[in-house]
Write a protein that binds this ligand. Sequence first.
Ligand SMILES: Cc1cc2nc3c(=O)[nH]c(=O)nc-3n(C[C@H](O)[C@H](O)[C@H](O)COP(=O)(O)OP(=O)(O)OC[C@H]3O[C@@H](n4cnc5c(N)ncnc54)[C@H](O)[C@@H]3O)c2cc1C
Length: 544
Amino acid sequence: MAEPAAQMRFWGWGESDHAGGLPEHALEFLRQTIGTSGPHPPVALEQVVLEPTRLPEAVRGELAGICGSKHVRDGHLERVLHAAGKGYPDLVRLRAGEPEGAPDAVVHPADHAQVMAVLSLCSARSVAVVAFGGGTSVVGGLAPLRGEHEAVISLDLARMGGLLKLDRSSCTATVGAGMRGPALERLLSGEGLTLGHFPQSFEYVSLGGCAATRSAGQASTGYGSIEKMILGLRLAAPAGEIALAPLPASAAGPGLRQLLIGSEGTLGVISEVSLRLRRAPEARAYEGVFFESFAAGSAALRELAAEHVLPDVARLSDEQETRMSLALAGRGGIKGAIGRGYLGARGYSGGALAILGFEGATGEVAFRRRRALQLLRRAGGLPVGTAPGRAWLKGRFGAPYLRDELLEHGVMVETLETATQWADLEALHARVGEAIGSSLGTPSLVMCHLSHVYESGASLYFTFLAPQREGAEIEQWRDVKRAASQAIIDGGGTITHHHAVGRDHAPWMSSEVGEEGLRVLAAVKAELDPAGIMNPGKLLSVSR
Ligand SMILES: Cc1cc2nc3c(=O)[nH]c(=O)nc-3n(C[C@H](O)[C@H](O)[C@H](O)COP(=O)(O)OP(=O)(O)OC[C@H]3O[C@@H](n4cnc5c(N)ncnc54)[C@H](O)[C@@H]3O)c2cc1C
């Protein structure tokens, strides 16, 4: 059985002893560009307002009969910790002590059999079930909605985090769904292996949650996103179980694995995942390359994709994001290494910075890197050394801590993402950026980077900041989210490249898969979850 995962702050990211503190120059930059206010500290835990639990005592007893009484909890802290994910509106509400709701109890099953028994009981007793992995959803995927049911429980899979099998010759591993990303990588590094899945939320994600959300890590350009890594899985559904063996490939009909990956807890609970592993990289080369514009940089990355020499990590910041990164890095950071003097002398005034990371066997990394840099130079790229790459690696999991700091200073900070074909990428970048900017008004900062590069296109990841509209923070967020989502759909992008659908993107699902597509998904749900207890209001919900 797995170690219990460390407990995150209920109102933000990380654990309570994590030191924050925006450097003064970064704060000054924010004061000058968008303005700050505050401090706006979160309320104390005791001040968080929850409705009394609605779980009938008899059902609580039956759940305790399955999992053990100490694994069915309804204490204040436990319910608050499972009341939401880590999206911007979740944090705004939790910091104010006003979550939308909370599960009526939190249940911690030990294994697949207990999950099956819990789902069967909840179906019979009309209790909704929200699977809870790492708790990092940013799309309302964990909202404890009861739907039409009497009560709702959060099914926390942290106890199901063990290594079930490691097959060294096939380079595969089977793990319990609750295993956290860092725990898996620690285990694999002892074997000279890696999964290579590093979302920005890596420190807390569970492998089951990644599977359920079709997640993509920062190195997905090289390692692929989770859907490419999962070879087999086991699903516990109210109607029964589906077990798919870890095969390298199969032509046995439509891809059932792919139907379950990304199902977001609406069809059942993914209890085990079998993963393709890789040898841990012998060599790593991370560096920066400057382009005169975002358009020039994206054309260069497109060329690398066509020539099959893409790095494993490829991120190209647009002009606004580059400016912001340089400002926040300060004199000693990236700015020192590639500051105005260096770039100015070479004829670059603004520009777009790309971070490229190559990983693998020493000779292979050297070959790919040499060829890639040759092509990038030809496309107008200016290599600026390893300092930006090292700085990015050091700070790669730091943004969520920064977000907490910004909220403390009255700054709205949100991200959203999409993907499209190369042919539409520039227009989509402009359209979504404009939609976000005009919804926020001034002052605001809207920036974007291109990442997760494919032969046919890439993902666009937007980050935006604005002064919070005090007292109307959620309306402000809803307005900008709606405007951006509509711009994404109108511009031919996907409503989500890797954050998943949850509740927030559900209204745009029909634009993505069509009404008939939605009916097919609903029919699958009706088969696996006839009582409709699994994660109500997510993925398939059509209400706007
Ligand atoms: C700061 C930050 C950065 C992020 N960066 C990235 C990123 O780089 N790439 C990326 O892909 N995502 C990113 N995310 C989003 C999030 O981390 C991913 O969606 C992640 O895969 C969720 O995993 P989790 O274990 O935390 O799942 P949870 O948040 O616990 O659950 C997510 C959804 O899946 C369901 N679920 C969870 N476990 C299971 C299971 N075993 N079976 C069935 N359903 C289940 C839940 O009910 C919920 O609907 C980020 C989030 C934050 C807060």
